[in-house]
Design a protein around this ligand. Structure first.
Ligand SMILES: C=C(O[C@H]1C=CC=C(C(=O)O)[C@@H]1O)C(=O)O
Length: 357
């Protein structure tokens, strides 16, 4: 049976194989969960686009991060075919957005850019997933077949550190990330970089927008909600981030993880504040984001589930010969456009480094 879906975390992983039913329309997926069916897959950034959600034929959850015993094809060499847009255009876009923010159009807007790579032989999505999970001490990784959203055969694969929402029984948790600094191999530099990130007023502001928005979105669902006053430092192999673990108890335990994901998505970690103004700017500046900056995850027939923010990822074409990685960063009024370009470059390393020779 084909592998349609994997979500790997440090303590467990979920796999979906085969397609019993595809849900290009999110409302059908929500109804399926209410009927006690398992739903897995990917939700696009723009909810008016088709979703890539399915009820798999086989659904299982096991302890520990995902790993495979199958022999996988090695990853091919890739070359950068295109940058979308050219890096200088991205810098100019950030400059323009900073001016808009200063003029009061919005308070925060997340801008992204893409790198398209060409491969000499097909990139196997499972090989990418395997490389990503084995390199991440947190065991984070995801793979989703995007066929339900057509055209068939595309996959999105990545390693996101950002938990959009998890629901177990009546406990709901979120772990938003926003505010970034590239890591160093030098321990003294590492200490300096992480301390500077924790002390950065610009990054703290960027982060606060996300936490405030999540608090507001979760409050109507919760009996209790614990939101720490200030963020903590979290790391991935490439980056330092500010992050805030949020935990609540649900007023109605029948609220599913998918219901909660839809109430939260897209957060200000990928869109901005106010959301509508940010989405308008993103749409007019970048065009469609597809599944980047969406949500990827699962909800089982009991309503429990887990959804990650779809970042640090690459979308693979159906023939596997092209991969498009996308990375973005939150822009606020005092953002530095050149630093924002560097930040996206550092974020691309998560997925593009798997092709390094
Ligand atoms: C939008 C992305 O990252 C988000 C998550 C963590 C830090 C972010 C930042 O510092 O801007 C972004 O909000 C991305 O990786 O493409």
């Amino acid at each position: 049976m084909t592998l349609e879906f994997v979500l790997s975390r440090q303590d467990h992983h979920v796999v979906g194989r085969g397609v019993r039913h595809a849900f290009p329309d999110i409302a059908d997926a929500v109804a399926a969960v209410r009927d006690g069916r398992n739903v897995v897959g990917a939700i696009p950034f723009d909810m008016s686009d088709a979703t890539a959600l399915i009820e798999p034929e086989e659904f299982y959850r096991l302890d520990g991060p995902w790993a495979t015993v199958d022999a996988l094809p090695p990853l091919p060499t890739v070359t950068v075919a295109r940058q979308i847009p050219d890096p200088s255009v991205h810098v100019q876009r950030v400059r323009d957005v900073v001016e808009q923010l200063k003029a009061g159009v919005a308070e925060k807007i997340v801008l992204a850019r893409a790198i398209e790579v060409s491969a000499e032989s097909p990139i196997n999505p499972v090989s990418v997933l395997s490389a990503l999970v084995s390199r991440d001490p947190m065991g984070n990784g995801f793979l989703a077949d995007l066929s339900p959203a057509a055209p068939a055969g595309r996959h999105i694969v990545g390693s996101s550190p950002e938990l959009l929402v998890r629901k177990r029984g009546n406990i709901v948790s979120c772990h938003p990330f926003a505010g970034t600094a590239a890591r160093s191999t030098d321990p003294d530099e590492e200490a300096r970089i992480s301390a500077a990130l924790a002390a950065s007023a610009k990054d703290q502001a960027e982060h606060r927008f996300v936490v405030d928005e999540i608090r507001a979105a979760l409050t109507p669902f919760c009996e209790t909600l614990e939101v720490p006053e200030s963020p903590q430092l979290s790391s991935t192999p490439q980056l330092w981030h500010l992050s805030t673990p949020i935990v609540g108890t649900l007023a109605d335990p029948a609220t599913s993880a998918l219901d909660l994901a839809l109430a939260l998505h897209p957060t200000a970690a990928v869109a901005g504040v106010p959301r509508a103004a940010a989405m308008d700017t993103i749409d007019s500046v970048e065009g469609s984001r597809g599944f980047y900056a969406g949500a990827v995850g699962w909800t089982d027939g009991s309503g429990d589930g887990e959804w990650m923010v779809t970042i640090r990822c690459v979308e693979l074409s159906a023939d596997g010969l092209t991969g498009t990685a996308t990375a973005g960063g939150g822009i606020v009024a005092d953002s530095d456009p050149d630093a924002e370009l560097d930040e996206t470059t550092a974020k691309f390393r998560t997925v593009l480094s798997v092709f390094d020779r």
